[in-house]
Structure formats: structure tokens, C-alpha cells
Design a protein around this ligand. Structure first.
Ligand code: SF4
Length: 372
């Protein structure tokens, strides 16, 4: 039985130029209808005992305090919540009033993931973000004053015209705010985004590959020297503050998804809800599960998932859990280990720092060597 629930809120103040997530500009009437439909879907999926809930988006905190409280009320009606449950909600600076953070905290949210991205206003403008660095600092303070102790900050490096110096300044400002967790993502211009088009037309330029490597190394060195464990390719946490919800994904655990475009994984089957927000509202409101795709995971895909998800984590792949694959993995990884891209530590096969930088190529080579 899945013990983790993901909820998608597909609304934002404005679309950022690099964003390919399912999100549309906030519309009050639509968001209210969506919230109602979401509560109906949650009732359709009721009955599980949950250890983690992750409310992501989009920007869940664009919803009113009333809508957010309604969602939490439904969660308590529909599910049995583990006494030690982790309930994360994603937020963006500029949408976090004291009224909202207090409503979230008293409704039961105990982890806040704030999309800061940069503490440099020029970089924020280049990304099309709607907030300033000062607002980001204020958002963290507001959240802390409302009783949020477990705060995660999202940062991005490799921003157009970004420099190593600015990246270092963002990391240090983030550290000054003492979050329990920091995510540091490399900016990846996806084809469907205005950022990709701007780069293609030479209107914007990304830092060079060498600079990106320096930024990646700087994040590892700065954050680990301050006590944060680099526990996943892009994630760092103080001891015991790893995101349990995301760890479940990387360990190939089951989960339920609710909301437009949300994925579920249970009983060896992956399902995806419709991304069409109006269709989602119509189906859910009428008591129909808004599932658009449903697929049994083949044994070959399950093996691939086991490998690439395991390699995202600092622990790596537990070869004891690899069954028949164990011997083949040992053989297939020999060359990558000799090149310093992978290492075997006890029963765990993992990427080295050099390997993380080219993780996609390493995984492709590993799959090829395993004939997957
Ligand atoms: S705030 Fe996040 S989800 Fe919303 S548009 Fe920007 S990147 Fe996308």
C-alpha cells in the first residue's frame, strides 16, 4: 500500500521563462473550482495510511489560506496520518504572508520548500521570477516566525550571465538563513521554454561547461563543509532532515498522486492524471478518476528504474537488492569504475563526483553494457 501522497497545484503568479512544469497563471475562480475537484479526487483515493505528503506545483501558496485549509481538512478526513508524518508544501517568496504560513502550520504542514533560486536580483530577473532577493529573505523569516522549523531552499546555478561569484554569494546567503535542507539544481533549458528559444537565438547565454562544473563543485564543497550531507545529485540536508517523500521516489517506493498531471505508482503500475486542467475539474467533480495513462512496468523498465534512481542517491545502488543482476552489474561497471566515474563501497555501487557530472552518459553506458 502506498504511504506517500503527492498533490499537484498547477497555478503560479506568472510563468518563469525556464519552466516546463504543469502550471498556468493564477485565476481565482479557476483555482477555487480546482480545489473543489481536488478534494473530490482525494475522497476517491481515500483510505491509505500516509507517512509523507508533498504538495507541489506550480506554486501551492498562490491558493488562498481558505483553499489551503480546505485541502488539509480533506486530507485528515480521507487518510490516516502517521504521527510522525512529513507534510511538505512548496512555496514561492511573494506568496507567503504571515496569515498563510500560520494557516499552513496550524493545518499540519511541517516542512516548507521555498523556491528562492537565487539571492541576486539580476539573476532572478533573468529567470523571469516575480520576487526579489529581499522578499526571499523575508519569506524565510515569516515562515520561521509561524513555527516552521524544517525549511528547504531551492537554488539554481548555471543561470544566464550567472557567475561563480554570484553563485557563491547565493550559497552563503542561503546558509546564513540556516535552512535544514538545500536543493541546488543546474538550470536545464527545456525545448518547450522561452529560455531555450532565447539561447538558440543568442539573446541569452549560459555560463560555459567549465564554469558549470566549478559551480557544481563549489556547491558540494561549501555545503558539505557547513555540515550538509550531499545525499542526492541535487540535494543537501542536515543530518536527519533529508526529504523523506523524495527518498521514497529514489528508492522506487509506491506513491499516490492527486491533481492535474500527477503520477501514481502502485502494484507495479504507473498512472498519470490528465494534464488538461478543465478536463481534470470536470472528471473529478463528477466522481470519475481523472486518469489518462496507465501502464504496467515491464521487468526491463523496473530494472532500469532501479539503476537510475539508485544512482541519483549518495548511497547508490544496494547490490544486495539487485538479485540476479548483481553479477552482471559488477561486470558492467568495471570499466566505469576504472575510469573513476563509479565506485563500489561495500555492497553499494555509486557515482563518484566526476561521475555525477556526466551521470546521463554513465547511465547510458551502464545500460548498454547490461544490454538494457
Ligand atoms: S514558480 Fe516554479 S512552477 Fe511556477 S512558473 Fe516558475 S518555475 Fe514554474
Amino acid at each position: 500500500m502506498p504511504e506517500c501522497l503527492y498533490i499537484h497545484i498547477p497555478f503560479c503568479l506568472k510563468k518563469c521563462i525556464y519552466c516546463d512544469f504543469l502550471s498556468v497563471p493564477f485565476d481565482k475562480a479557476l483555482a477555487e473550482k480546482y480545489t473543489e475537484a481536488l478534494t473530490k479526487e482525494l475522497h476517491l483515493k481515500a483510505g491509505h495510511r500516509l507517512k509523507t505528503i508533498y504538495i507541489g506545483g506550480g506554486t501551492p501558496t498562490v491558493l488562498s489560506a481558505k483553499s489551503l485549509t480546505e485541502i488539509f481538512k480533506t486530507l485528515k478526513e480521507c487518510f490516516e496520518l502517521h504521527p510522525d508524518i512529513e507534510i511538505t508544501i512548496e512555496a514561492n517568496p511573494g506568496t507567503l504572508s504571515a496569515e498563510k504560513t500560520e494557516a499552513l502550520r496550524s493545518a499540519g504542514a511541517n516542512r516548507l520548500s521555498i523556491g528562492v533560486q537565487s539571492f541576486n536580483d539580476k539573476e532572478l530577473a533573468a529567470l523571469g521570477r516575480t520576487h526579489t532577493s529581499e522578499e526571499a529573505v523575508k519569506a524565510v523569516e515569516t515562515a520561521k516566525n509561524s513555527g516552521f522549523e524544517n525549511i528547504s531552499l531551492d537554488l539554481i546555478y548555471g543561470i544566464p550571465h550567472g557567475t561563480l561569484k554570484r553563485w557563491q554569494a547565493s550559497l552563503l546567503t542561503a546558509l546564513d538563513l540556516s535552512p535544514k535542507h538545500i536543493s541546488a539544481y543546474e538550470l536545464t533549458p527545456e525545448k518547450s521554454t522561452p529560455l531555450y528559444q532565447a539561447i538558440k537565438s543568442n539573446l541569452l547565454a549560459l555560463p560555459s561547461e567549465d564554469e558549470i562544473v566549478e559551480m557544481f563543485n563549489l556547491a558540494i564543497d561549501t555545503l558539505t563543509s557547513r555540515g550538509y550531507r550531499h545525499y542526492e545529485i541535487s540535494n543537501y540536508a542536515l543530518s536527519g532532515c533529508e526529504c523523506r517523500h523524495n527518498l521514497n521516489y529514489w528508492q522506487r517506493g509506491e506513491y499516490i498522486g492527486a491533481g492535474a498531471g500527477a503520477h501514481s505508482f502502485a502494484n507495479g503500475k504507473r498512472q498519470k492524471n490528465t494534464e488538461d486542467i478543465l478536463k481534470y475539474i470536470e472528471l473529478s467533480s463528477n466522481g470519475i478518476l481523472p486518469v489518462e495513462e496507465s501502464q504496467k512496468v515491464s521487468p526491463e523498465d523496473a530494472t532500469k528504474e532501479f539503476i537510475f534512481l539508485g544512482l541519483r542517491t549518495a548511497a547508490g545502488i544496494n547490490t544486495r537488492q539487485a538479485g540476479d543482476l548483481k553479477e552482471r552489474l559488477a561486470e558492467a561497471s568495471k570499466e566505469l569504475i576504472s575510469e573513476g566515474l563509479m565506485e563500489l563501497e561495500g555492497d553499494y555501487l555509486k557515482l563518484t563526483r566526476k561521475g555525477i557530472l556526466v551521470s546521463n552518459q554513465v547511465i547510458v553506458r551502464l545500460f548498454k553494457a547490461l544490454s538494457l
